[in-house]
Design a protein around this ligand. Structure first.
Ligand SMILES: Cc1cc2nc3c(=O)[nH]c(=O)nc-3n(C[C@H](O)[C@H](O)[C@H](O)COP(=O)(O)OP(=O)(O)OC[C@H]3O[C@@H](n4cnc5c(N)ncnc54)[C@H](O)[C@@H]3O)c2cc1C
Length: 303
């Protein structure tokens, strides 16, 4: 293992996608010595086109992050390594981060590690993810407007999504994949809007190269469909926040204040790992806030 910890950084950013690169830009523009470590696995890798981020609408996700990396690396104090951070600990100096091959040290840390979606056990779900099985009406709903639409969700989440999605398509149904859990008044509201509820278990999503055509149920019946909204469960992409003893919220996000500070002094978090507002715009915003607040902390400690 190569020990590079004798050349400490002002900040190590773990995760070099939208939120991490945005933090790097704020720090590079403040002349801070920054290392970005990235394992190269952003959550939106499978989606063909990204939407709803101004100036980049309709671009491929990788094209947006490639431009972001090029722009962040124009600042000569910013370094990028394609390495996965595996261990983190607090030291007298600040922090020590290990990858599989190297050890680094820094005064501060930014966690920009994202989340990992946990797919339900439905054949075809994974292959359609981000293409015709989508998580967000703002990101991909417009492209499927007025088409045959289903929502795979139950309870409050399902009812909330039904309201949002009905504005994009009135050919809409709710698939609860088990017993429906709506109060009477919500069932009556859904009926009034012609949104039917199907409780039968889903066994398969029939598709061609991720574009779904049919949903098949356990009782052998099927429904033709163009798009399925399905917000899946998730877990943190990295356990580094847990290793550093950062607190989590009830929803499983890293707890931060409005300046993106975590519960551990000197550790900031940004992007999907610390917010349910899952979008590139929001990740870029929180990344920028964490970079500038980390810089402010260094200024206050040394001025
Ligand atoms: C299918 C899909 C489609 C989407 N479409 C849109 C859209 O059209 N418009 C939109 O605005 N938003 C969209 N989103 C949401 C958007 O992609 C996310 O909000 C955004 O990617 C979050 O950015 P992030 O930097 O927090 O995390 P990510 O982009 O997920 O990146 C996290 C990075 O951290 C790295 N990492 C994790 N752990 C470690 C570690 N231990 N060491 C080193 N690196 C590590 C990962 O490899 C990854 O590169 C979509 C999301 C999904 C899932």
């Amino acid at each position: 293992m190569k020990n590079s910890s004798n050349q400490p950084f002002d900040a190590i950013i773990i995760g070099g996608s939208y939120s991490g690169l945005s933090a790097a830009m704020a720090l590079g523009r403040s002349l801070r010595k920054v290392l970005i470590l990235d394992s190269g696995n952003p959550c939106n890798a499978q989606t063909p086109f990204s939407h709803n981020f101004i100036t980049q609408d309709g671009k491929k996700p990788a094209e947006i992050s490639k431009t972001a990396l090029e722009q962040a690396l124009k600042y000569e104090t910013v370094t990028f390594l394609q390495q996965k951070a595996t261990e983190a600990k607090k030291t007298d100096f600040g922090f020590e981060i290990k990858t599989e091959t190297e050890i680094f040290s820094s005064k501060k840390i930014i966690l920009a590690t994202g989340i990992r979606d946990l797919f339900p056990d439905i054949k075809g779900f994974k292959e359609c993810w981000g293409i015709s099985v989508i998580h967000c009406p703002y990101c991909h709903g417009y492209e499927f407007r007025n088409q045959k639409t289903a929502i795979l969700a139950n309870g409050e989440k399902g009812f909330h999504l039904a309201g949002l999605v009905r504005n994009l398509s009135q050919d809409l149904m709710l698939l609860t994949n088990g017993k429906a859990e709506f109060p009477e008044e919500q069932i009556s509201d859904l009926k009034k809007k012609n949104i039917s509820i199907v409780e039968e278990k889903i066994t398969e999503i029939v598709h061609r190269e991720g574009n779904l055509s049919e949903i098949i149920f356990a009782d052998g019946t099927s429904l033709p469909m163009n798009v399925l909204y399905a917000p899946p469960a998730f877990e943190q992409h990295s356990d580094i926040a847990a290793q550093l003893n950062c607190e989590y919220t009830e929803t499983g996000h890293i707890k931060t204040d409005s300046f993106q500070k975590t519960s551990v002094d000197g550790v900031f978090a940004c992007g999907d790992n610390s917010s349910p507002m899952r979008s590139i715009a929001h990740s870029v915003y929180t990344g920028s806030v964490s970079g500038s607040m980390l810089n402010l902390q260094l200024v206050q400690e040394n001025f």
